[in-house]
Design a protein around this ligand. Structure first.
Ligand code: FE2
Length: 246
């Protein structure tokens, strides 16, 4: 399906070509029954996009609280959550490499014990009273972002067979329009649990799997603090499409 449109604000035809399925997580994953109930059972129906889909989530920062980019403590300078202190930084651009300033990023993750702050999380692991585990903030003028957190732990998933999710952080990024919204999970390289994760390995192409890995950087020393540092850049699709596989 080729989706295209033109708006006054965006003269010229923008195109959303289909994703290359080799770069996307399989919609139905063997041994993960929930993946079969979470996707449409019937073929998708092509329909025109409406104005609300062609425009961005305008002034969303006025409707939702934004700005919290430190999940490692409840208040600045307060007691820190348990676990490995880390930062994540990166840059969000469009396909031409232009920075996406003011893009809304939402993050959520488990604590160091692999426990989410969510009523449906039944994992028998402790909550951390000093861990927030989620946040919402905007990219700067250069499309850059940075947040502080605690490295998440793995957690078990009940399915046909139990398996453990490897440590990962969930990202949702809003670009120029609702159609640009990008939701994904970013993983840590070298984690033993990566090898058996049904979702990570549900991305058929091995090179594409590397696109959902954090890049580890030398640890950052700030005065008396030494912090693990990771990087992840994102390219949002727009008038063309996601990068071709080599
Ligand atoms: Fe998760």
């Amino acid at each position: 399906m080729l989706i295209h449109f033109e708006t006054e604000a965006s003269p010229g035809v923008r195109q959303y070509l289909p994703y290359d399925d080799r770069t996307q997580t399989l919609r139905q994953i063997k041994d993960y029954p929930r993946s079969f109930t979470r996707v449409p059972a019937q073929p998708l129906i092509d329909r025109p996009l409406t104005l609300s889909e062609l425009t961005g989530p305008t002034e969303i920062e006025r409707r939702l609280p934004t700005g919290n980019a430190d999940f490692s403590c409840l208040v600045p300078g307060g007691p820190r959550a348990l676990g490995q202190f880390m930062t994540v930084a990166g840059r969000i651009t469009d396909e031409d490499g232009a920075p996406l300033a003011g893009a809304l990023i939402e993050i959520w993750q488990a604590n160091a014990s692999g426990k989410y702050i969510h009523e449906y999380d039944s994992h028998q692991a402790p909550l951390d009273p000093n861990f927030i585990g989620q946040g919402r903030f905007l990219t700067d003028a250069e499309g850059g972002y940075q947040f502080r957190t605690i490295k998440p732990g793995g957690y078990p998933v009940g399915s046909n067979d139990w398996w453990w999710r490897p440590p990962h952080i969930h990202f949702s990024i809003f670009g120029m329009s609702w159609m640009d919204r990008f939701i994904t999970q970013i993983f840590f390289p070298g984690e033993p649990l990566n090898e058996a994760d049904l979702l990570l390995n549900g991305i058929p192409d091995p090179e594409a799997r590397q696109r959902v890995m954090f890049e580890p950087l030398p640890t950052k020393v700030t005065k008396t603090l030494n912090i693990l540092e990771f990087r992840r850049d994102f390219v949002l699709r727009g008038k063309s499409k996601t990068p071709e596989l080599l």
